[in-house]
Write a protein that binds this ligand. Structure first.
Ligand code: SAM
Ligand code: DTB
Ligand code: SF4
Length: 327
């Protein structure tokens, strides 16, 4: 427990609510910036040690060639982005990366595949990867696209801790971003993952040309799930040339921080991840995100296909802010 938390006795844990309306979420976005950050910081420290940041490392275990058309994604086969399609990695190569991530200080290893949904043969290999990473003493997370209930149960049996599957934006903007699946498909997979007893990692992307209404709609959708996602990644769009969203108007920094703060308030017991987009973010912006309640990051020089800050740069930042890695 940090001194900061000791110094604020009487802050009882704030319990999650599942009846957030979009109007309430919009009202949070409309607060003056200092009020919003203050409220988010209060919620943060009522439920967490604000000096701790959870650290995950990502690995793309199957890159590119994806049949879906998500307008943000460099891995879609429909766009010419220069990402070369590869095969599913070998288990030993994945475990070598996991060992390196653990040595670098990550407590969770997240494996991503550019699939619409996994084939059963692929799932055999992914289950073996999950077992191997667990055996190293790390938490496991995978993101493989849409899952059937039985596939989710197989992953659970292999020891999977988290499944990442993002709602990405509001229900009404979703069709502008992806045409090869619909919002309900995402919700169905989230149900299957939850029913299998796997922790849910689910968030979205901002900076895709969405309105404030869409950002509020996304947070309201996440916060109205029957159980809040244990982990909520808030990604700032990484613009990749060749994707339809390359050249989209960039989100104002304060609006990004506001999105983090509103996610923190609406989902008080969840880990809020300051996710993609840190490579181009100043230290000051990242510090504001931590003040606004972000308590998790991706660590290591690569996300899936795009750059993330080098490890030593992140360690210097955490040191400067007096933050430490969560065990
Ligand atoms: N194919 C699976 C799926 O879509 O669920 C898993 C991999 S997909 C790359 C995982 C998530 O990465 C997406 O849902 C999206 O939120 C995020 N993402 C992809 N490209 C991004 C980009 N250019 N900027 C920010 N986030 C991105
Ligand atoms: C999430 O919400 N963000 C991560 C993780 N979940 C899988 C992925 C970000 C990808 C950014 C673009 C890329 O590197 O290809
Ligand atoms: Fe495929 Fe996932 Fe990229 Fe969409 S986000 S194109 S589903 S890899």
């Amino acid at each position: 427990m940090s001194l900061a938390q000791d110094a604020l006795p009487g802050l009882a844990p704030i319990l999650p609510r599942h009846d957030w309306t979009r109007a309430e979420v919009k009202a949070l976005f409309a607060l003056p910036f200092p009020d919003l950050i203050f409220r988010a910081a209060q919620v943060h420290r009522a439920n967490f040690d604000p000096a701790e940041v959870q650290i995950s490392t990502l690995l793309s275990i199957k890159t590119g060639g994806c049949p879906e058309d998500c307008a943000y994604c460099p891995q879609s086969a429909k766009f010419d982005t220069g990402v070369k399609a590869g095969k599913l990695m070998d288990i030993e190569a994945v475990l070598a990366e996991a060992r390196a991530a653990k040595a670098g200080g990550a407590s969770r290893f997240c494996m991503g595949a550019a699939w619409r949904s996994p084939k059963d043969r692929d799932l055999d290999k992914v289950c073996a990867m999950v077992e191997g990473v667990k055996a190293l003493g790390m938490e496991t997370c995978v993101t493989l696209g849409m899952l059937e209930a039985a596939q989710a149960r197989r992953l659970k049996d292999a020891g999977l801790d988290y499944y990442n599957h993002n709602l990405d934006t509001s229900p009404e903007f979703y069709g502008e971003i992806v045409s090869t699946r619909c919002y309900q498909d995402r919700l169905d997979t989230l149900d299957n993952v939850r029913a299998a007893g796997i922790n849910v990692c689910c968030g979205g992307i901002v900076g895709m040309g969405e309105t404030l209404e869409d950002r509020a709609g996304m947070i309201a959708a996440l916060a109205s799930l029957p159980v809040h996602p244990e982990s909520v990644p808030i990604n700032m769009l990484v613009q990749v040339e060749g994707t339809p969203l390359s050249g989209a108007p960039r989100i104002d920094t304060f609006d990004f921080v506001r999105t983090i703060a509103v996610a923190r308030i609406a989902m008080p017991a969840s880990m809020v991840r300051l996710s993609a987009g840190r490579e181009d973010m100043s230290e000051e912006t990242q510090a504001l995100c931590f003040l606004a309640g972000a308590n998790s990051i991706f660590y290591g020089p690569k996300l899936l296909t795009t750059p993330n800050p080098e490890r030593d740069r992140d360690m210097r930042l955490l040191d400067k802010l007096g933050l430490k890695a969560m065990e």
